[in-house]
Design a protein around this ligand. Structure first.
Ligand code: NAD
Length: 355
């Protein structure tokens, strides 16, 4: 049990359940959106059109140019469209990339947002925005960017390919893992983290076996909500710092990087966080959670090593230097030799080593 804590809930309205996308127009009315700009990536333009149709006269138009890492140039283009159309709200349909664009617009306009998530990344329930300017990704926390309404409808996740489902789900698990040893953790978030890990770890193998398994998809989406809520409520540590650093330095894909790094970051921190390890052991049904997360990723067919997703071996020392510069809070002090061994193991793709 934690001896002392502060708990503050983020003010989001969560609507969860199959078919709940049908409530979209009512939700827009409820928060006073009469002229929405519907956002998506180019790949999900058809979903944006479907959403615009559901909004009817409440849709002012679509912007389907969202891309990974929220570059400010794309935000400027979307803002110009928003201005031309005279919008009074944002509806984002997609994963973290599209949601990031909606947040970037909200940051600059304070417009209300409704989000329809289609991955498990969790951005929809966080007040966090990472934006890229001149190749540098800078993250900020601001309640202005927290979406007012989130509609989780499992049907919107059915098209997410198996491999992306697996890595996106482990990306969500990573939020919960680090929440369990956050400096500002609390018992509510601990419960959400354990339940989120349990849901996702149980659902992901079923999704990979059958991507149309509605019950498994729904369980994963529930887990993603819980894990995203953890990310939005408490601070993250070594794992998120490493993924941020590696992704930015070597342009690595977001969810795959999380999937590969997580067992190694957890193994690094394990000696300092016995309570988190006990909670994860129970949630995962395994005595060594770091090894179990490595094995789970293998069973799901996820990439094993950073070398497999584009990181050069010569980047290991650079990654160590960057992780040691302006480090986040971490429960175990960062020592160069152990950190290097962890990053080298993640690069090579073997199981988590030592502690
Ligand atoms: P993504 O949004 O980049 O989506 C990846 C691709 O999958 C896109 O082409 C997208 O259109 C497609 N896609 C998404 N859902 C689909 C579906 N159901 N069916 C078919 N295709 C689908 O992926 P992501 O992992 O959700 O987001 C990654 C980004 O989100 C990163 O930039 C990351 O930094 C950010 N993120 C931010 C937060 C936060 O709290 N600010 C949290 C998590 C992730």
């Amino acid at each position: 049990m934690r001896d002392a804590f502060v708990y503050s809930a983020n003010p989001s309205r969560i609507i969860f359940g199959r078919g709940k996308l049908a409530t979209l127009a009512d939700e827009a009315d409820r928060i006073g959106i009469c002229r929405a700009l519907v956002l998506s990536t180019p790949e999900q333009a058809a979903s944006a059109l479907d959403i615009a149709g559901r909004l009817g006269s409440r849709s002012a138009g679509t912007f389907t140019g969202a891309v990974m890492h929220t570059p400010v140039e794309v935000t400027d283009q979307a803002l110009a469209v928003a201005k031309d159309l005279g919008i009074d709200g944002i509806v984002a349909v997609g994963g973290g990339s599209t949601i990031g664009l909606g947040k970037a617009i909200a940051l600059r306009t304070d417009l209300p947002q409704i989000v329809v998530p289609t991955t498990y990344a969790g951005s929809e329930v966080t007040p966090v925005l990472g934006e890229t300017r001149d190749g540098q990704k800078v993250t900020q926390t601001n309640l202005k960017v927290l979406p007012e309404v989130v509609i989780y409808d499992v049907d919107m996740t059915l098209g997410l390919p198996e491999r992306m489902s697996a890595t996106s789900g482990i990306n969500a698990i990573a939020h919960a893992v680090e929440a369990l040893y956050a400096m500002n953790g609390n018992p509510i978030i601990d419960m959400m983290a354990a339940a989120g890990v349990r849901s996702l770890a149980g659902a992901l193998p079923r999704i990979v076996a059958n991507p149309m398994d509605l019950a498994a998809r729904s369980e994963a989406q529930y887990g993603a909500w819980l894990c995203g809520t953890c990310l939005g409520a408490v601070g993250m540590s070594l794992h998120h710092k490493l993924c941020h650093t590696l992704g930015g330095s070597f342009n690595l894909p977001h969810a795959e990087t999380h999937t590969i790094v997580l067992p190694h970051a957890l193994r690094y921190n394990a000696p300092a966080v016995p309570g988190a390890i006990a909670a994860l052991a129970s949630a995962l049904g395994a005595s060594d959670p770091a090894l179990e997360l490595f094995d789970l990723a293998g069973r799901l067919g996820a990439p094993r090593g950073l070398k497999d997703i584009g990181m050069p071996e010569s980047g290991i020392d650079e990654a160590v230097d960057r992780a040691l510069a302006n480090p986040y809070y971490n429960p175990r002090p960062l020592d160069r030799a152990s950190l290097r061994a962890s990053i080298a193991a993640a690069w090579a793709g073997g199981p988590p080593q030592g502690n």
